[in-house]
Design a protein around this ligand. Structure first.
Ligand code: TYD
Length: 204
């Protein structure tokens, strides 16, 4: 059987990536293409528990501990969910992945990017996504979309989120083949069309 594909959805909180991932899934469904949805943190099972800690724990969490929790969840997601499905020929759509750790813990929290890359490499066994969408949005608009009910990460402040945004844009400059930036202030429908167009280039 032909190997599937691994596609990741990245961007600031409130950028609309989850909506776009679901719309691409609906498109694949209609085309009869086998797919699987997952997310980081918290694909399923143990991942759900790690997610709970990462988003809701209200005690002190060190930056390095936070990184390791995201990375532990990533290893679990890759080994238990992503790799088997890709090997079965499925298209795996994942809400957040390696670039979130570089953008949030690296650019956002200020941890060393080279070391994060190394740790990401260990967590994923060196496999990168075939395609990554970054939904780019200014901090003002994304915070408005998130609203008053903010989780631990969303409460990190404007400066932090600005660094995260710039981190994503920097990553896209470094890996233009893999990472495609989409203007997330456009309408849901316009963005979906762009996603489909870029997705179609994978088969060229
Ligand atoms: P989630 O509710 O999934 O947010 P969203 O719907 O915006 O994706 O929460 C995930 C949060 O965790 C989000 O604020 C980004 C953050 N995060 C990191 O800081 N590092 C990581 O490696 C990952 C995967 C997520």
């Amino acid at each position: 059987m032909k190997r599937g594909l691994f596609i990741t959805f990245e961007g600031a909180d409130g950028c609309g990536k989850t909506t776009q991932m679901k719309l691409l899934a609906e498109y694949l469904e209609k085309q009869g293409i086998p797919y699987l949805l997952t997310r980081e943190p918290g694909g399923k099972g143990l991942g759900e528990k790690v997610r709970e800690i990462l988003l809701n724990y209200d005690g002190e969490v060190s930056d390095r501990c936070e990184s390791f929790l995201f990375l532990a969840d990533r290893a679990q997601n890759i080994d238990i969910i992503v790799t088997p499905a890709v090997e079965e020929g499925k298209i795996v759509l994942c809400d957040r992945h390696i670039d979130s750790t570089v953008a949030y813990q690296g650019y956002g929290r200020g941890l060393d990017i080279n070391r994060i890359n190394m740790l990401n490499d260990i967590a994923t066994n060196g496999k990168k996504p075939d395609l990554t969408f970054v939904f780019d949005i200014d901090v003002e608009t994304s915070m408005k979309r998130v609203g008053q009910e903010k989780d631990r990460m969303e409460s990190a402040g404007r400066e932090f989120h600005n660094r995260v945004r710039n981190g994503y844009l920097e990553l896209a400059k470094q890996e233009p083949q893999r990472i495609k930036v989409i203007d997330a202030t456009k309408s849901i429908d316009e963005i979906h069309k762009e996603v489909i167009k870029i997705f179609a280039t994978l088969n060229d």
